[in-house]
Ligand binder design. Sequence first.
Ligand SMILES: [Fe+2]
Length: 212
Amino acid sequence: MSPGSRMKYEIVVVGALETNCYLVYCEECRACAIVDPGAEPGKIVRAVAEFELKPALILNTHGHVDHIGANRDMKDKYGVPLYLHAADAALLEDPGHLAINLLLGAQDSPPPDRLLVDGDEITVGRSSLRVIHTPGHTPGSVGFLGEGVYFSGDTLFRDGVGRTDLPGGSWRDLERSIRERILILPGETVVLPGHGPRTTVEQENLSNPFFT
Ligand SMILES: [Fe+2]
C-alpha cells in the first residue's frame, strides 16, 4: 500500500478451496467492500467486527461458486448491494453451479444489484477501486485496481494463471487480458489474487512461467 493511502485491506481465507476474501476499506471512515465472500460467512462477519468495518457493498471478481458462496449471507446481514460484471451474471443461476452449491453447502447468490462495466469507479468511503475487465477465466472476470494494489481474482496468481477449461473459459482471452491489462500496470503494484499469496506486477513480469 502506498504511503498516505487511505485504502487498506484485510484477508479472510475461506472455504475448502481457500479463497481469499478481501475486506477493502477506507481507513478514515471504515467503509468496506467485501470482495469475493466465497464461504464461511461467520468468519467474514467476525473479521468485519474485529477491524470495526462498515460494509458498504459486495464485489465479485467473477461468478464461480468459491467466490460467491456467502453473497447471500453478507447481503442478509448487512443489507448492501452486490456488484458483478454482466457477462458472469448468468453463472449465478447456472444449474451446474447450483448443484455444486448444494454439494459444498454454499447458498445460492442473490442477483446482482448493479452490473459492472470496464472502467467503472467504485467508491469505498473516501477511496475508490477501478473495474478492469479481464475475460478469460470466465467471460465476466474483472479485477479491481486501488491505490497501488490490484485484486486480480482468478485471472493472475503468483507464478500462475487462472484455469480456462471451465465453461466460458478462453486461453486466448486470458493471455490477452493479463498481457494487455495487468502486466502493463506499474511494476510496484501489489497483486492480490483470489487464491494463494500476493505478488507484484514486476515479479510476474519477471518470473511468471506463462509469460516469461
Ligand atoms: Fe474461479
